[in-house]
Design a binder for this molecule. Structure first.
Ligand SMILES: CC(C)(COP(=O)(O)OP(=O)(O)OC[C@H]1O[C@@H](n2cnc3c(N)ncnc32)[C@H](O)[C@@H]1OP(=O)(O)O)[C@@H](O)C(=O)NCCC(=O)NCCS
Length: 188
């Protein structure tokens, strides 16, 4: 008999934040930052449309399975003291057999420079190691994305690779860092 998909915990709280699944009522808040060219700049894709934001939220309405390559945990980042969504964090199970997961983060520029991305990412890495059985969490980022580099370093991730011209961002060759941390190295 096929095992039931393993579903991930729904909500995580930190000192200042609540991480939770998106709901249909979050579409406008998500679109407010995902539509910005400055947010998409280093993501190697166009800003999202409102329909794109709505579709990816609707696609996760039934919960998040965490068992197969490509399964994605997408969580809205909310301030505990006010309504609305200020950003998101995402964890992708890139290799289920080897328990490898890729992490990413986005914060609305209006809420940048307050430590929210690092606080949310720290909670997500802890969730990955403590509750999802992940062995290695890694991030891939454009070398020009200095704000994101700083998040990785604040988290204590190790720079493991510097890939040169490994991607094409419009007419610009993109170079990439790979940062990672292992479960037994993680100091929360
Ligand atoms: C990458 C991104 C999430 C970083 O956001 P950020 O606001 O710089 O990061 P944090 O939320 O961790 O905030 C850190 C800053 O807040 C400051 N800060 C202020 N108050 C703070 C507090 N109470 N606690 C912690 N840090 C605080 C820190 O000193 C730090 O400043 P510094 O970067 O100048 O050293 C943001 O630039 C973004 O959304 N970019 C677009 C999407 C993107 O490229 N994502 C990454 C793809 S790999």
């Amino acid at each position: 008999m096929k095992a039931e998909p393993r579903h991930v915990p729904a909500t995580v709280t930190t000192e200042r934040l609540v991480l939770r699944p998106f709901t249909p009522g979050d579409v406008d808040d998500r679109y407010a930052y995902q539509s910005l060219p400055e947010v998409a700049r280093y993501l190697y894709r166009a800003p999202l449309t409102r329909e794109g934001c709505a579709e990816s939220i609707a696609a996760r309405a039934g919960g998040t399975a965490w068992e197969a390559d490509g399964d994605v945990l997408l969580l809205a980042v909310c301030r505990a003291d006010e309504p609305g969504v200020v950003g998101e964090v995402v964890l992708t199970l890139s290799n289920a057999a080897a328990r490898q997961a890729e992490i990413g983060w986005v914060v609305h520029p209006r809420y940048a420079g307050r430590g929210y991305a690092t606080e949310a990412a720290r909670a997500l890495v802890a969730l990955a190691f403590d509750r999802l059985g992940v062995h290695r969490v890694f991030a891939r980022l454009d070398v020009l994305n200095t704000a994101s580099v700083r998040v990785c370093e604040r988290l204590g991730m190790r720079r493991e690779a510097h890939l040169i011209d490994n991607d094409l961002d419009g007419d610009r060759w993109g170079s990439e860092y790979v940062y990672a941390v292992l479960d037994h190295e993680w100091v929360n």
